[in-house]
Write a protein that binds this ligand. Structure first.
Ligand SMILES: C[S@@+](CC[C@H](N)C(=O)[O-])C[C@H]1O[C@@H](n2cnc3c(N)ncnc32)[C@H](O)[C@@H]1O
Length: 295
């Protein structure tokens, strides 16, 4: 992963911001989250932050949605769904089980670190040095508290997660840990995913991983091409070669069992139905949110 601005992470913020200008979508999120992504968009470089102004126009938003739906149906709504359901899953685990710390892998411009550290949890965000320094600047510019939030840069070719967490001197290897891997594994090679799972297992015996998964095999060839080429156009690659069944088998090699799988179809018939939108929007085929834990 090159040490530069991640456009996939940036566009997640732009799309979330644009979609939540619709009150029927916004009402499913709290003020903190809505404000957070608005701030991210205005922080981004000019060629991305202009969206903050242009998306104010309903006409432009409708065109943007129509165009996106034409090329890759469900891509927009999957962003809303992942932010919504992941927040629900994190909350459920943090409240009902005694997780005391959260590690966010490939945190990009995600809001969860700032949100849960503000609620008193220790949170460790891991990303490339460029992304981490930009996250730090963005949080500083909009006066978010850094108390309890540890921004950790990693050089993935020379460092592993354990080293990075050790360097913080505050990560507690004995505490029950919740890992978030949202839009993360899909961008890594099989070997990188293996070494991350190995690294996690080497230092933690009590953890849960909330992760997203794109099963590209469930898309038709045109939509698969649009997805992979869209990511390639911004200089990133969907490298992970396995389908969902093989991914679950890979996890079980490390004695990590996937206890729940929320599918795009379930997200659509639950959240999207509830929204009762003017235009019917699907959720990206092949998109799943998984909850997995050590056996
Ligand atoms: C698709 S973005 C997702 C961002 C965020 N998780 C979200 O869903 O809003 C992927 C992020 O992973 C980061 N990344 C990619 N490879 C990485 C690696 N090996 N270690 C840490 N971060 C990585 C990228 O810089 C980028 O910020």
């Amino acid at each position: 992963m090159p040490n530069k601005l991640s456009y996939t992470a940036s566009y997640i913020a732009v799309k979330f911001y644009g979609l939540t200008l619709n009150p029927k979508i916004a009402e499913h999120f709290d003020e903190f989250t809505l404000e957070f992504y608005k701030n991210v968009v205005s922080y981004l470089p000019k060629h991305l932050s202009w969206n903050q102004k242009s998306l104010q126009s309903r006409l432009w938003r409708d065109f943007f949605t129509w165009w996106e739906e034409l090329l890759l149906p469900g891509d927009l709504m999957h962003i809303i769904c992942r932010k919504y359901y992941i927040q629900k899953m994190l909350e459920k685990n943090l409240l009902s089980e005694d997780y005391e710390q959260i590690v966010i892998l490939g945190s990009g411009f995600d809001h969860s670190g700032a949100l849960y550290s503000s609620k008193g949890f220790s949170v460790f965000e891991i990303d490339t040095p460029f992304m981490i320094s930009n996250k730090q600047k963005m949080l500083g510019q909009f006066c978010f508290s850094l108390a309890g939030l540890h921004l950790c840069s990693i050089d993935p070719t020379n460092q592993n997660i354990k080293e990075v967490l050790t360097q913080t001197h505050v990560f507690d290897f004995d505490k029950k840990t919740l890992f978030l891997a949202e839009g993360f594994f899909d961008y890594l090679s099989l070997n990188s995913v293996r070494s991350i799972l190995e690294s996690i297992k080497s230092f933690s015996s009590n953890f849960k991983i909330v992760s997203t998964f794109f099963d590209l095999g469930e898309l038709n060839s045109f939509h698969r091409f649009m997805f992979t080429s869209g990511v390639a156009m911004v200089g990133e690659t969907l490298k992970f070669p396995l389908n969902r069944k093989k991914f679950l088998e890979l996890m079980s090699e490390y004695e990590i069992e996937t206890k729940s799988q929320l599918s795009y179809a379930e997200m659509r018939s639950d959240l999207v139905e509830k929204m009762n939108l003017e235009t019917d929007l699907s959720v990206l085929k092949g998109f799943y949110i998984l909850e997995s834990e050590l056996n």
